[in-house]
Each structure stands twice: as C-alpha cells, then as structure tokens.
Design a protein around this ligand. Structure first.
Ligand SMILES: [Zn+2]
Length: 555
C-alpha cells in the first residue's frame, strides 16, 4: 500500500533528482586512450552525464561548456586513463585469498606463530583459520612446523596453513579432530602425514572436509576483491570460472548497491552454465555491472607442473608430453551445447597440442555458429608456429597475460628447449597476423596490479629489468597495443565495447588518475605506476589515502 509523501520528503526527492541531473566536469587532465584505429588519443577534459556516461571529451583549447556543473574536478594535470580491464581473473579467489592469513616471508616458526596469533585475534568469527605462504627453508633450523607448534597459539578452532608451493600444509589438533584424523589414519599413495604436516596427496584428507564458505564469507571476499581491483586501477574483470555461488554473491552485491566494479562472468564449466539463468547468457544487470556471457573450459594444465599438453615430449622430461584434460569428442559436445545456448567460449590452453586442439574446435564451431562469436583462447601460451596464423583467420581472441612471460621465462626454456620457443608468448606475431590480444594477469595467480603487466608487454623484462634487452624482444608490443589490451580490446573480448574500454560519448565514465604520464616513462617506471583515484560510472569509488601506499575506499 502506498502512503502519500510528506511535503518534506517530496522536497527532498525533488532536490535529489535536480542535483542528479547535473553534469560532472573533469578538467585539466592529461587524458590518454587508444582510439578506434589503435592510435594514442590525447584529451584534457571529460563531461559526464547524470547517468554516469561520457557526454563529451574535451581536447586542449576546446571551450568548456558554460553550464554550471554539479561537480568540477580539477585533475591538476594528472594522467587520466580509461579504467583498466582484467581480461582473465578469478574475482572470488582474489578476495578469498586476500582474506586468508598471509605467511609469505615468515622468518621463523616464532614469526609464524606471532602472525597466527594476531590473525586469530582479529578474526574471531572465522570458524576455520586458513593461511598459506610459509617456507621452513627460510628458517634457521629448517624444521617443518607441527600440530603442537600451532596448538601453542590457537587451540580453540581448526587451523590449516599451506606451504608456499602448495605441496604441504600443517594442521593443528582441532583441525585433526574436526576432520576425524587420528594417529591410525594412513596417508594415501603419493602422500605423507607427520605430526600434523600433510604432504601432497595426503592434503586432500583435510581439504575435502573444510566447510564450504557461507554466504557472509562470499560477501566479504567479494568486497575484498573489489577493493583490490579498484586500488589497482581495474574497473572491470572477466571472471574466468564463475560458480553458481560466486554468481549469487555478485548478484547480492548488485542488489545491495555494493557492486562497485564490473564483472563479466564466464561460467566455470557446463554444469555451472546450466545452473545459472537457465543455461543462457544473462542480461547486463545492476547498472551494467554484472553479466554472464560465456563458459570457461580447460584443455590442459600448466607448464610449471608439466601438465601443459605438448605436441612433442618435454625437453626436460622426455617421457611425457603433459596431459590432455578433454577428448576432441567431449570438447565438441560441451562447446556445441554452450554455443547453442548463445554463450561465448573461453578455453584454457597452455601447451601447443592443447592450443591446436582448441583452435580446431573453434574452427568447427565457426562453421556451425555463424556471426560474431569471438571465441577466446585463454593463455595461448605455447603455440606451434604453424598454428599462429589460424587465430586471426578464425576470429579467435588471444587472451594473454604478459606478466606470465616474465615469471615463466626460464622455466619455459627448460620445459621446451631452445627450438620450440618460436610460438611461445608470441604477442607481436599474433597481433601482426591480425589476431586481437586481450591482456590480464590471471589474478590471484599473479598480482592484480596491471602496471607490471603493461611494463612486461612493452619490454619483455621483469620488474628488476631482466633479462637485459628483453626476452625474445621481437615479441614486444607498443605502449598503445599494450594499453589497448588492457582497455579497448579487453572490452571487445567481453562483448562490452559499446559500454566500456574507452571514454567516448555514450560509454561509461570508468576511468583512473595515475601518478605519472604512462606514455612517456621507461618500462620500469611504467610498472611502478600508482593509481591515485578510480572512478566507475562517473563516481569516485576509490582514492589513495594521504599516507603513501595506504588503501581506502571512497564513494
Ligand atoms: Zn586463470
């Protein structure tokens, strides 16, 4: 039932809507973006409408509109870029990981115990304390931690702390009790249990019994992930492997008005696809901040663990070619179902055999499903040189992570040997062939900070400048290409280029202010860029606090 508005309430509503009609002017900026031809475009002002979309882009010397603005922001000459887009991240994993106890860099068992104690005190609501990152090799006595070591600090609830490499973890006695593990429990083949330390296959005994996070934990993780994205200048991310529970959390945030970034969801497999929105792509929801438009599948594993599927044996382990995760027939069945439902396909392929398998699957899909489908090859890390031109021909997007090249360089040389690197991390060759590159970090595998990725893209060097001259430097891309990969082409890869990826009339005013002119600095300086402010739909959502490096949320 409706009740008449009081006069005061009516006035308040009128005042709100009048101010909401006013425009915002961002002036005196060093604006840089990539135009539709791939060239750098410069501008100094931005007029934003009440709907959070760009009304007008102003060049230096353009008359500023005479109207009075609801708000005018002087950028003080700072560099302004379109909000950066992560083309391949894992949003909830970023948040869950960041909320866990971080034990990287612990210098001793006492240091680990101290951090555990502080975390337990700060998180009284956590039913299980989960952490990761310790490395006993960096401790004076190099002794593995035990259940008793943890019990000395936390005895009232289960604790489970992973080693830095993910191949071992230590449980306290409460965790052993909660999971029913006793001195009589036998470790499975490929695993080992010692005084609360679980190695490799034995870890599953505990991990399978850790209770799934509840809705409140999902909400907290999503809030944390958004905070990290905004602080790093990311206003949108393709979420590669959205689960039904992830999707529910994102919708809760959208309904509550706390979804402050844009998430382009890719269902994590066919069952997840079927469980969300009746198997079909969703509409753009919550002010175009949430959309499920595709399905993520896997063709193989990763190069480091020799799970990537290669055409020829591993150079450093000639008895294996890695592992295929899906047969041609099953890949065809799953991709056909997803495509028939109107979904985009995004398929993980690292090794050259996996890449060839997926490219072939996409070529076949293109015969059956006509039109603009934008098949996505996720990682496209190691391709047979002969397969490189097939991407452009089939309209396949190469969704790549420049920072992986710097992390993987020496490992890739060991795994592949000197003669099979021609199609490895082949950004420029793919770009020249006409394939579109979308860039990301694969967070939380790598830091969500896109600037070291931009630096790697233009230099093929890591953040300590290694190797001199860059690794296989002919595969470097220009600054404009790199920026396009993190903006315009990232939007294109998500069918979002009519909404985001560049600042043009009708698109959302998603942008960032940074502390340096990223178009005129060295790669190392580019990688160290700091975000000052992050705006989404014409509203300031994050700004750097007064003390350097401090993060705070704003509206
Ligand atoms: Zn990933």
């Amino acid at each position: 039932m409706r009740t008449p508005l009081s006069a005061a309430a009516a006035l308040l509503l009128a005042a709100t809507s009048t101010s909401a009609l006013a425009d915002t002017l961002i002036d005196n900026a060093n604006g840089i973006q990539v135009d539709v031809h791939g060239k750098l475009q410069r501008f100094t002002g931005l007029v934003i409408g009440k709907d959070g979309r760009v009304v007008q882009l102003l060049a230096k010397g353009d008359p500023r509109p005479a109207a009075l603005y609801d708000a005018r922001t002087d950028a003080n000459g700072r560099t302004l870029l379109p909000g950066l887009i992560e083309a391949h991240g894992h949003v909830m994993a970023l948040g869950f990981g960041a909320l866990q106890l971080d034990l990287t860099g612990t210098t001793s068992l006492a240091d680990l115990q101290q951090r555990l104690k502080a975390y337990a005190a700060a998180n009284p609501q956590a039913k299980w304390i989960l952490g990761r990152g310790w490395n006993q090799e960096h401790w004076a006595d190099k002794r593995f931690p035990t259940a008793a070591d943890l019990d000395a600090v936390v005895a009232d609830r289960p604790v489970w702390l992973g080693r830095v490499d993910g191949h071992a973890a230590v449980a306290n006695s409460a965790a052993l009790k909660a999971t029913g593990i006793t001195a009589q429990t036998k470790a499975p083949a490929g695993g080992r249990i010692e005084n609360g330390l679980f190695v490799d296959a034995a870890m599953e005994l505990v991990e399978s019994k850790i209770p799934a996070p509840d809705a409140a934990a999902y909400d907290a993780a999503l809030a944390k992930a958004q905070e990290l994205m905004l602080a790093n200048g990311l206003t949108a991310a393709a979420d590669m492997g959205t689960s039904p529970a992830d999707w529910a959390a994102m919708n809760r945030a959208g309904q509550a008005g706390t979804l402050n970034v844009r998430v382009l969801g890719y269902a994590g497999g066919i069952p997840a696809m079927r469980a969300v929105n009746g198997g079909k792509p969703s509409a753009w929801l919550h002010g175009d901040r949430l959309h499920l438009g595709g399905v993520k599948l896997y063709a193989d594993g990763a190069l480091g663990s020799r799970g990537a599927w290669l055409k020829a044996p591993y150079h450093d382990k000639p008895d294996t070619r890695g592992l295929s995760l899906i047969s041609d027939a099953e890949l065809a069945r799953q991709t056909n179902e997803a495509a028939a439902n109107g979904h985009q396909l995004a398929i993980h392929a690292i090794g050259d055999a996996a890449n060839a398998q997926v490219i072939t699957a996409f070529e076949r899909l293109s015969q059956r499903f006509k039109g603009d489908r934008r098949w996505r090859l996720e990682h496209a890390q190691v391709l047979d040189v002969a397969d490189l031109p097939r991407l452009a021909k089939a309209g396949i997007i190469a969704s790549m992570q420049p920072i992986h090249q710097t992390s993987d360089r020496t490992m890739a040389e060991a795994r592949l040997g000197p003669n099979r690197l021609g199609g490895a991390y082949a950004w420029q060759t793919l770009a020249r062939s006409g394939a579109r590159l979308a860039f990301g970090s694969d967070f939380p595998v790598e830091s969500p900070n896109p600037f070291p990725g931009l630096a790697a893209a233009v230099s093929r060097q890591d953040m300590s400048g290694q190797p001199p001259g860059g690794w296989r430097p002919h595969e470097r891309v220009s600054f404009g290409q790199a920026l396009a990969g993190f903006t315009r082409d990232g939007a294109y890869a998500g069918f979002a280029e009519d909404r985001i990826g560049s600042l043009e009339p009708g698109k959302y005013a998603d942008f960032i202010l940074v502390d340096r002119d990223v178009s005129r600095v060295t790669p190392l300086e580019l990688g160290r860029t700091q975000v000052i402010e992050t705006w989404v739909a014409g509203k300031k959502m994050w700004s750097r606090g007064p003390s350097a490096g401090r993060e705070e949320r704003g509206r």
